[in-house]
Design a protein around this ligand. Structure first.
Ligand SMILES: NC(=O)c1ccc[n+]([C@@H]2O[C@H](COP(=O)([O-])OP(=O)(O)OC[C@H]3O[C@@H](n4cnc5c(N)ncnc54)[C@H](OP(=O)(O)O)[C@@H]3O)[C@@H](O)[C@H]2O)c1
Length: 195
């Protein structure tokens, strides 16, 4: 055996072992945190929001599912109740219907959420609309709608729920954005102005 394999190999194996234990502990800690946590997900009726709902449901969280379409939110509740691990989640999930582009509705929704579940441990600001069009051809009303939904709505919801998190000194806020907020590509105009 040469010098390298005598000295480097045990270090490498030891390092990997420590990393593995650290990774495992982090996963166990995250699982424990998510179990029974109150998780608010905007845009839960489709795409990423719906998948987040399934993942948090599987982890044992209590969900507040948000969207504009109450029927689709009910469909999601039904879907969650038929998932394989459903029996492991004892919670009755809530649905809250509101339009993120309507600031007043956002504040009432926040009140409804806090009244209904008492606290929010994790807010997932996921809802958003996409848009394609040149800047020159896009009317200001469209820019406004995109910004109200994708930016001001989540900002208003966050501001409405934040004081209760600060009071409890606990809470996480997740912002789902797009890489286009960093690297704008042609024809995405207002959408690429995401925070
Ligand atoms: N898909 C992608 O490739 C991609 C890539 C990068 C980033 N993103 C971002 O990821 C997020 C989710 O994208 P997705 O593709 O999963 O979207 P999606 O399938 O189109 O779903 C959008 C969700 O947002 C909700 N929503 C839309 N307008 C709303 C409004 N005014 N008020 C309240 N809720 C509203 C919709 O629910 P209702 O219709 O029930 O209101 C729906 O549940 C978005 O923020 C998007 O910008 C997506």
């Amino acid at each position: 055996m040469d010098f390298l394999s005598i000295n480097v190999l045990p270090l490498l194996v030891g390092g990997l072992g420590i990393y593995g234990i650290f990774w495992l502990l982090q996963r166990i800690q995250a699982r424990a945190y998510l179990k029974d946590a109150v998780v608010v997900i905007t845009g839960a009726t489709s795409g990423l929001g719906k998948e987040c709902a399934k993942a948090f449901h599987a982890a044992g969280a209590k969900l507040v599912l948000c969207g504009r379409n109450s029927e689709r939110l009910k469909d999601l509740l039904r879907e969650l109740s038929t998932t394989a691990g459903h029996s492991k989640n004892p919670h009755k999930h809530h649905t809250v219907t509101f339009d993120l582009s309507d600031t007043k509705a956002v504040f009432s929704a926040a009140e409804e959420i806090l009244k209904g579940v008492g606290q929010v441990d994790i807010l997932v600001n996921n809802a958003g609309i996409s848009y394609r069009g040149t800047i020159a051809d896009t009317v200001v009303e469209v820019d406004r709608k995109v910004m109200e939904t994708n930016y001001f709505g989540p900002v208003a919801l966050t501001k409405a729920l934040l004081p209760s998190m600060i009071k409890r000194r606990k809470g996480h806020i997740v912002a789902i954005s797009s890489v286009q907020g960093k690297i704008a590509i042609p024809f995405r105009s207002a959408y690429a102005a995401l925070p």
